[in-house]
Design a binder for this molecule. Structure first.
Ligand SMILES: *Cc1c(COP(=O)(O)O)cnc(C)c1O
Length: 371
């Protein structure tokens, strides 16, 4: 029997040809992002058929390929969701993660939207603890901005070409050491307004963290790159008027009068854990948080007039990225003047990192110890 507050128990099969400590140290020196994977992975199976029994077989096993049938539903109908988190090493060697209940709750919402089964939060968090315990040597040293990136995901593994929710599903967690996103200091990104392409529409899956949203954002990203931009900013798909977010990050604006504005959650914007944390931190910096619809014209006008003081994007991977120039077909605008500094972006970024790495007191109760 399972009850939702007790996690499933895991079996652990350790890899026999484990990576040497020397090789791990070499990887951790300059990990980049998402390139190298640790020795182990978590897998849990779900069977939703009448006699299937739901979640079972929770295990840590050597990292390696899945055996998956060509007819597996995920390959045809994209029933897939994921999460992105980090494990941070503190100065005393202990390893922590940031607001995992928020990621577990979002994973459950994404699952429901994609007609996938909900993995109970207790098992979600236990799966992170199990993997990080097995691969703790892969968590970079404390003191810098390196971390072990954790990628929980779930996909429809049932071999069946009819269109209905799959009855066999696989949950997994993999981990990958991640370096400082900006080794040379914060560098503002240039953004492209995607008007031909939307990443999500009303009633669609924009609020779910699913692979399909990323697939549909790529055309806009490519268009942006062709115009010399680092990333694309997507607008609401119905009126092409209101700012939504980037392909994988939420957006914030600091106005001259000290308001911290971000687009309100309209159902097509992903509810970032970093976004929600920044809204809570605003008061510490004497900023007034505000969630509302923001016309793209307000960005163009405010950047030109000086009404907008700072712009930044946020997400778990990069924490905070200052935004510089905005370009579109036939124009561009830049809110930065001579001597511009991203004072608030830097302060909020440092505050979040200090909490995550245990250098500041966890006054909001955001940290969970893994090891
Ligand atoms: C994951 C993600 C974010 C950032 O969410 P965090 O929880 O802060 O990492 C923002 N937008 C999209 C589309 C995302 O997938």
């Amino acid at each position: 029997m399972t009850d939702d507050t007790t996690p499933l128990s895991f079996t652990v099969t350790r890899r026999e040809d484990a990576t040497s400590s020397e090789r791990i140290a070499q990887v951790l020196e300059d990990p980049g992002f998402g390139k190298t994977f640790t020795d182990h992975m978590v897998v849990i199976d779900w069977d939703g058929s009448a006699d299937g029994g739901g979640w079972s077989g929770a295990r840590v096993q050597p990292y390696g390929p899945f055996e998956i049938e060509p007819a597996a539903a995920v390959l045809h109908y994209a029933q897939e969701i994921f999460e992105g988190m980090k494990a941070y090493r503190h100065a005393d060697g202990s390893i922590w993660t940031f607001r995992p209940e928020a990621n577990a709750a979002r994973f459950a919402r994404s699952a429901t939207r994609l007609a996938l089964p909900v993995l109970p939060a207790a098992t979600f968090i236990e799966s992170l603890r199990q993997l990080v315990t097995a691969d703790q040597e892969w968590v970079p040293e404390s003191g810098g901005e390196k971390a072990l990136y954790l990628r929980p995901f779930m996909f429809a593994s049932e071999a069946f070409l009819g269109v209905r929710p799959a009855q066999r599903v696989t949950y997994s967690v993999i981990a990958s050491p991640a370096g400082a996103y900006f080794p040379g200091g914060l560098k503002p990104v240039t953004l492209w307004i995607s008007t031909d392409y939307a990443r999500a529409g009303a009633g669609g899956t924009g609020a779910a963290k699913c692979g399909g949203n990323y697939a549909s954002s790529l055309a806009g990203q490519i268009e942006g790159a062709e115009h010399g931009c680092d990333q694309a900013v997507f607008l609401d798909s119905s009126t092409h008027t209101y700012i939504e977010e980037l392909g994988g990050m939420n957006l914030f604006f600091v106005t001259r009068d000290g308001t911290l504005v971000t687009p309100e959650l309209t159902g097509s914007i992903l509810e970032g854990v970093t976004r929600s944390s920044i809204l809570q931190l605003a008061k510490e910096l004497d900023l007034t948080p505000e969630e509302r619809r923001i016309p793209i014209q307000e960005w163009k006008d405010g950047a030109a007039s000086g009404e907008i003081r700072e712009i930044f994007a946020c997400g778990t991977a990069a924490v905070i990225t200052p935004v510089g120039e905005l370009r579109w077909a036939g124009g561009s605008v830049d809110h930065r003047r001579d001597g511009h500094r991203d004072t608030y972006a830097e302060a909020i970024r440092a505050r979040l990192l200090d909490i995550q790495y245990g250098r500041a007191e966890d006054t909001y109760g955001w940290l969970t110890r893994l090891v």
